[in-house]
Design a protein around this ligand. Sequence first.
Ligand code: PAF
Length: 292
Amino acid sequence: MPSTAHAPSSLIQVERVAELRAQVRAWRAAGERIAFVPTMGNLHAGHLSLVREGRARADRVVASIFVNPLQFGPGEDLDAYPRTLEADRRQLGETGCDLLFTPSVREIYPRGQDTHARVEVPGISDILCGASRPGHFVGVATVVCKLLNMVQPDVALFGEKDFQQLLVIRRLVEDLALPVEVVGVPTARESDDLAMSSRNGYLTPEERGLAPALYQVLKTTAEALRAGEPVERAEQTGLNALAAAGLRPDYLSVRRAEDLAPAGPEDRALVILAAAYLGRARLIDNRRVNLD
Ligand code: PAF
């Protein structure tokens, strides 16, 4: 059975790399620029803002939906990760995406994931979320490198909510000289400032009421730093505030925005990153702070 299907709004869906490449080659031959939005599906307004940004920067937008097993650790939510292909396809078509790539695990890891070559970005992969999720960023870097090689876009778009992921990908692209521009897109938020995330769906109504505290605490911590509070004290106050709000903090850390090194007294461009558990969900968020 051919794996090419046309959803409403002329969205093309392909499952095979050969089909993806043939279509992208045809667009390139016509002189068109290609933008790429990799996702794991269960799309929300944040993903759609990446597609819109892609449209603004290129003639064609390719999106992928692939729940990448290599970036999930043992006991994480790989099996439970929400899969909502029909709704995703409709939203992508309505937002002006041209092609949706939905490879199988076999298409991406034909010899199995355990013996597949891996891409490691040392230095920033084992800290923060990487410390709590060993191997996660190797899984992300490997699949993103592979998807970029498959699509060969001019520009690739990633959400700033996953700030550490964005830096890992920037480093990967720079170190391996991949010919693609990486663009970070601001975090999409609910009306109460909770960062949009596919994992917010795990929250019970009561937990959903508590979740905005994560970003509130980041904002308060940013104000404290701007008011001259020392980094360590601001971090500890932030951790205490998260716990007091009913979240179980994993980390709250003030880092140099450029490379996530611990913030020193000379550093002005900072980012506060935090992760916290709430029921079944592990929420992450961040806030930039410029001390100049
Ligand atoms: O951010 C995500 O959804 C994933 O980590 C990505 C970049 C699609 C790689 O699987």
